[in-house]
Design a protein around this ligand. Structure first.
Ligand SMILES: Cc1ncc(COP(=O)(O)O)c(C=O)c1O
Length: 473
C-alpha cells in the first residue's frame, strides 16, 4: 500500500512504478522521407528505467516467483545474461531486497559487466571457449550456483511470465494509445516474449491486426540455420518456449548492414537514439508501412537505446572495418572491382578439408593464401576460423609429408587481419607492410583476400590510365 503522504502528489512509490507506460511516438520525419502514407509510430521502450523492454518481464517474473514461493525474502536470483534482462532483474532486485548473480562469458564487453555491478549485482565471468557440458561453461556454472545458493532462476527463454508481462502491459498500452486503431505491429524476436505477448493481446482485441516479426538473416525464425550475425538481442539458433508462429502474419529477414544503417538513420533523422535491433525492426516496419493504406496504423517496437552500442553501431571505425561504411571513393573496394570479386565467389577452404585439397585449390587458382571458413558462402565474419599460407604449408610439409592428408584446421594459421571494403587504400598499404594478405569484409561478410600484388596491379592500372594507356618501348 502506498504512503498516504503521496496522495495528491505526482511522486510514484518506487522506480518499479515507472516500468511501462512508454510513449508511442509518431516517426514523422521518416514518414516524410520514405513517402509513407499511413500513420507510422514507434513504441519506444528505451524510456523504461533500465532502458529497455526487458524491465517488464523482469518485474513480472520476479512477482510470479514470489507468488509461487520460488523466491523468499532476501533470496538470490541467478541468471546467465549479460544484457537488458540483467538490468531489469537488478533494478527489481535492488528495490525488493534480493541478491542478483549474473553469469556471463569472457566475450562480453567490460562495460556490460560494469553496468550490472553498478546496480549492486554480482557478476561471474566464465570462459567462452569451452563446451556447454564443461563444468566451467557458463551454463554449468549457472546451474551449479542456482543449486548451491538455493537461488531462483528466471530463465527468460522458458518462463511463461515473460510473454505474460507483454500480454498484461505492452499490448494493452498499444491498444489504448492507438485508440484501438492499430493495424500492424512490427517487432524483433529474441526470446519471443515481446512479440508473442503483444500479439496475443492485440489479436484477442482484433484478430485482423497483422503481426510482423523482423529477424536477422541467419536466424531460425526467418528460415535460417542459426548462422551467426552481428545484431544483438534478436534472432536465435533454436526455438524458445514463447515462439508461436501461428500468431505471426509475416517474418521479414533483415541484414546486419540494413539494421545498423537504419539505426543510424533513425537516430540522426528522428532524434531517437536506437540500437541495431531497433534498426532492424524499423527497417522491416518501413517496408510494411510503405505498402500500408493511408488509414492504417503501423506500430514498430523499439526494445532499447543506442547508448549500449556506441562502440559498435555508432563507431565509424568499427562500422567501416566490417564494410558497413564507405570512407572514400577510391577505397579498398576499387581494387577488388578490378577483379570482379563477389561474396559468392570467395575462394576458401573448410576446416575439415584436407591440406592436399587446399594446395590443389591454391595451385589451380594461383593464390598464395586462403581463408578457412565454416559452412558455405555467403559467410558471416564470425565463420572465419583461420587462414592458410603457401609458405607456411610448404614448411610444414617439408617437416612432415604426412601433413598433406591432415585436415586444414590442424595446420591453419590465425585469421587474416580484416579491412572494410569502404576503407582507405592507404590503410591497406600500411597493414600490408606487416601482413602478407588482408581479408576484405563487405556488409559484415568476407568478400575477398587482398594481397600486395593486387594493390600493385591496381596502382599500375591507375598509372597507365592516367598517362593514356600502357607505355610501349
Ligand atoms: C536489444 C534487444 N532487442 C530485442 C530483444 C527481443 O525481445 P524478446 O526477448 O522479448 O523477444 C531483446 C531481448 O533481449 C533485446 O535485448
Amino acid at each position: 500500500m502506498s504512503d498516504p503522504r503521496l496522495v495528491g502528489t505526482e511522486i510514484v512509490d518506487s522506480v518499479i512504478d515507472t516500468i511501462g507506460n512508454t510513449p508511442l511516438v509518431r516517426l514523422k520525419r521518416l514518414t516524410e522521407l520514405e513517402g509513407i502514407e499511413c500513420v507510422f509510430a514507434m513504441k519506444n521502450e528505451s524510456t523504461n528505467p533500465g532502458g529497455s523492454a526487458k524491465d517488464r518481464p523482469a518485474l513480472e517474473m520476479i512477482l510470479a516467483a514470489e507468488r509461487e514461493g520460488l523466491l523468499k525474502p532476501g533470496g538470490t536470483i541467478v541468471e546467465p545474461t549479460s544484457g537488458n534482462t540483467g538490468v531489469g532483474l537488478a533494478i527489481v532486485a535492488a528495490q525488493r531486497g534480493y541478491t542478483c548473480v549474473f553469469v556471463m562469458t569472457d566475450k562480453v564487453a567490460p562495460e556490460k559487466v560494469s553496468l550490472l555491478k553498478a546496480y549492486g549485482a554480482e557478476v561471474v565471468v566464465c570462459p567462452v571457449a569451452v563446451e556447454p557440458s564443461d563444468p566451467q561453461s557458463y551454463y554449468s556454472v549457472a546451474e551449479r550456483l542456482t543449486e548451491e545458493l538455493g537461488a531462483f532462476r528466471p530463465n527468460q527463454y522458458d518462463n511463461p511470465h515473460n510473454p505474460e508481462a507483454h500480454v498484461k502491459t505492452t499490448g494493452p498500452e498499444i491498444w489504448r494509445q492507438t485508440g484501438g486503431r492499430i493495424t500492424h505491429f512490427v517487432a524483433g524476436a529474441g526470446t519471443c516474449g515481446s512479440i508473442t505477448g503483444v500479439a496475443r493481446y492485440l489479436k484477442s482485441m482484433n484478430p485482423d491486426i497483422k503481426i510482423i516479426a523482423a529477424d536477422p538473416e541467419g536466424s531460425v525464425y526467418s528460415g535460417g540455420s542459426g548462422r551467426p550475425y552481428l545484431v544483438e538481442g534478436v534472432g536465435e539458433d533454436f526455438f524458445p518456449a514463447a515462439w508461436e508462429p501461428e500468431l505471426l502474419d509475416d517474418i521479414i529477414a533483415i541484414s546486419d548492414e540494413e539494421s545498423f544503417l537504419t539505426a543510424r538513420y533513425v537516430s540522426e533523422r528522428e532524434g531517437i537514439l536506437i540500437g541495431g535491433s531497433g534498426g532492424m525492426a524499423v527497417a522491416a516496419a518501413i517496408k510494411v508501412a510503405k505498402s500500408a493504406k493511408p488509414d492504417d496504423v503501423v506500430v514498430v517496437f523499439n526494445p532499447d537505446s543506442g547508448r549500449g552500442y556506441l562502440s559498435r553501431v555508432f563507431d565509424d571505425a568499427w562500422m567501416a572495418n566490417f564494410g558497413f561504411l564507405r570512407e572514400c571513393d577510391q577505397c579498398v573496394g576499387a581494387v577488388l572491382d578490378a577483379r570482379n570479386a563477389s561474396i559468392e565467389n570467395l575462394l576458401y577452404v573448410n576446416p575439415g578439408q584436407l591440406v592436399s585439397e587446399a594446395i590443389e585449390l591454391m595451385r589451380s587458382t594461383g593464390v598464395s593464401q586462403l581463408p578457412v571458413c565454416k559452412n558455405t558462402p555467403p559467410f558471416a565474419a564470425a565463420e572465419v576460423s583461420g587462414s592458410i599460407d603457401e609458405l607456411e604449408l610448404m614448411e610444414a610439409i617439408h617437416r612432415d609429408p604426412g601433413v598433406m592428408s591432415t585436415p586444414v584446421e590442424k595446420v591453419m594459421g590465425p585469421k587474416l587481419p580484416t579491412i572494410g571494403v569502404g576503407q582507405k587504400l592507404e590503410l591497406a598499404v600500411e597493414m600490408l607492410e606487416s601482413a602478407p594478405a588482408l581479408l576484405v569484409l563487405s556488409g559484415g561478410r568476407p568478400l575477398s583476400v587482398l594481397t600486395r600484388t593486387d594493390v600493385l596491379a591496381y596502382f599500375s592500372a591507375v598509372a597507365e590510365a592516367a598517362i593514356g594507356g600502357p607505355q610501349r618501348g
